[in-house]
Design a binder for this molecule. Sequence first.
Ligand code: XMP
Length: 516
Amino acid sequence: PVLVIDFGAQYAQLIARRVREAHIYSELVPHSMPVSDMLAKDPSAIILSGGPASVYEDGAPTVDPSLFEAGVPVLGICYGFQAMAYALGGDVDKAALGEYGKTRTVIDHAEGLLAGSPGEQVTWMSHGVAVNRAPDGFEVLAHTEGAPVAAMQDPARKLYGVQWHPEVKHTPLGQYLIETFLYECAGLERNWDASGIIEYQVSRIRERVGDAQVICGLSGGVDSAVAAALVNKAIGDQLTCVFVDHGLLRKGEAEQVRHDFVEATGIKLITVDASKEFLEALDGVTDPEAKRKIIGEKFIRTFEQAQRQVIEEAGASGKEVKFLVQGTLYPDVVESGGGDGAANIKSHHNVGGLPDDLKFELIEPLRTLFKDEVRAIGTQLGLPEEMVWRQPFPGPGLGIRIIGAITEDRLDVLRDADAIAREELSKAGLDRDIWQCPVVLLADVHSVGVQGDERTYGMPIVLRPVSSEDAMTADWSRVPYDVLATISTRITNECRQINRVVLDCTSKPPATIEWE
Ligand code: XMP
């Protein structure tokens, strides 16, 4: 793999993504991992990410210089570039001029890493520290007003670095630079695509499962559907899917899953109505992390109970169900703290919300993948387009879209408002433009309204349409005003108790997509 060493950058995941977009497999590892462990992964190339520290300060993460002697091609980005320069004896110090945002960059030598570049580029920068002098043996390729060395290389040692961020879209030639590094500087070949992933996973799953029984939790979303289809391809009728109705579903969801999924795949499906248990366990709970943990645990308990039914229907009496398939994705793992040094932003129910005494072994064939890769696999496996292109919906469902305690009444109101928003966005043809549009009920907030000449004191509904590539970062969608107007009018007319509709116009970061 190409290893992306994470120095605490907001954009480290993005780098891994960009490498995969170049059809090469990549993985993130924390900077605290010993170099020997990194090399044990047999990396074909290494990319050092950006990060918030200043290399010359006490306690700043450093790079063990032995990393640069292993003969593995290395690209340093921003902090990673400075750390490389610092470790190899360059001069790194506070910048005379910090540069944040789009920056005019002069290319002094369009060769090697910058081969084919125009004489000047717009690059996206975010630095208050600069490399003033490159280490011995390096050639300076570019400079800016605030960065005397903005790009450098030592092709003999296969070491490269740039001050700017090629991984963000605001650097127009960024992907080109990453691909030049991978294909030209490191000499790697494109070998990562949907059919490759399928082949690899199918053989791994067969090997692990043997003749055991497997169940798969289906949520109605893309990820679990694709995970199920993949496992189905590997082991056929040893798989039974379990759809848990936890009472936090959207309108029509249960029927749709039964209909779409079974019809498209022919996979065995049983539905368990556990709404009573879920809602009881969530009674009065308002803390988002507590909600996620309760829901994660309840899911597992429900799967455990469903075992007997699965075995009976599979006609495999006496056999235990040994494995549970989950459609966990890479961003879920990373955001849940992932064990790789990343902060726990929220415990995704299927990662951080699992009970300790889990009786199943987990199969998570999508655990290293991003959403677009999952969609490509789904398409390749022949899943219907409506399913592959469904907007993401979190496993904990409407439970994390009611800010405050969850009650039947509140769920009903939210379900109606959500159905209206979905219907109108679809009618306006915005389904593919919008990554997802959470509809959120601020259940403990009340405001005064006037409806039918009467005073009302009702709850607000928040619309949260976002555009995104993989949910790691997002921007709020500029939905046309007339579509918003229709949604607003319909929700306040048709949903009793709602007298105000507001639009969330915050990107991620600083906000997350869901409110909890
Ligand atoms: P955030 O709110 O972290 O969401 O910006 C990123 C993406 O993940 C979804 N999400 C979840 N999905 N279990 C899930 O299966 C969860 O606990 C969970 N929390 C957030 C969210 O809808 C968005 O697509």
